[in-house]
Write a protein that binds this ligand. Structure first.
Ligand SMILES: [Zn+2]
Ligand SMILES: [Zn+2]
Length: 251
């Protein structure tokens, strides 16, 4: 049976996701219980699992209420077991996970937090705050080298991989990307599309890994135009990546 994914806007700019397959229904990163309950009621789905990409409260703030109401099993990063409310099953790259009888890949992608993971369910990547559309997360518990390694790992996913990230930051990310790469045609076109989508109040998720590789400056630190904008034409990849992150922090 095909996997169905429902986008649930939460808080001011968070996304939680319902992932439904057969009798199984998981919510990824429930910021708060209310919108998740409303989405479940609307679809007539019963929650069986709660998946967390990392421990920040805007990604697991709904864990305990939803677990209490539904008995759902909480699955999250084993490396951050103590910081995930109600965690039942800790997972990592070696353990992987299983959903409706199918293998789920777990990618360990530290740097935003040290325990951050990405779930790859039926070919869909749930990246939390590690990678956003045209952006990446802040380095709260890691350094540029660590984040570059994590993003490089995500880049090994096939180009057609749908990317479901943790926040609607796409328009602002695109505006920043254009400061570094004003001549990137793919970026110009995507930014126009994103602006139109947001003007209608619609979510920009999911993107695809292929689109990201063409437009996300954090995946393109060796691009010639970006290097010129940074005035770092001979620096190493990680140094350039770190400078892009630093500039975004000030943007
Ligand atoms: Zn976070
Ligand atoms: Zn977040």
């Amino acid at each position: 049976m095909a996997t169905e994914i429902e986008i649930i806007p939460c808080l001011s700019d968070n996304y939680a996701y319902l992932v439904k397959s057969g009798d199984y229904c998981a919510v990824v990163d429930p910021s708060e219980p209310g919108p998740v309950q409303a989405a479940l009621a609307k679809k007539g789905w019963k929650l069986t699992h709660i998946l967390n990409t990392h421990h920040h409260l805007d990604h697991c703030g709904g864990n305990l209420d939803l677990k209490q109401q539904t008995g759902a099993v909480v699955v999250g990063p084993a490396k951050d077991a103590a910081r995930i409310p109600g965690l039942d099953v800790g997972v990592d790259e070696a353990s992987g996970w299983e959903f409706d009888g199918r293998k789920v890949r777990i990618l360990e992608v530290p740097a935003h937090t040290r325990g951050a993971i990405t779930f790859v369910i039926d070919g869909n990547a749930f990246t939390g705050d590690t990678m956003f559309l045209m952006g990446c997360g802040r380095l709260f518990e890691g350094d540029p080298q660590m984040m570059w390694s994590s993003l490089s790992k995500l880049m090994t996913l096939p180009d057609e991989t749908p990317i479901y990230c943790g926040h609607e930051y796409t328009e602002s990310n695109g505006r920043f990307a254009l400061t570094l790469e004003p001549g990137n045609r793919a970026l110009q076109a995507r930014f126009a599309e994103v602006k139109a989508t947001r003007a209608k109040g619609r979510p920009t998720v999911p993107g695809t890994m292929g689109q990201e590789k063409k437009t996300n400056p954090f995946l393109r630190p060796d691009n010639a135009e970006i290097r010129k904008s940074l005035d770092m034409e001979t620096a190493g990849t990680v140094a350039a990546f770190g400078e892009i992150r630093a500039r975004k922090d000030r943007f």
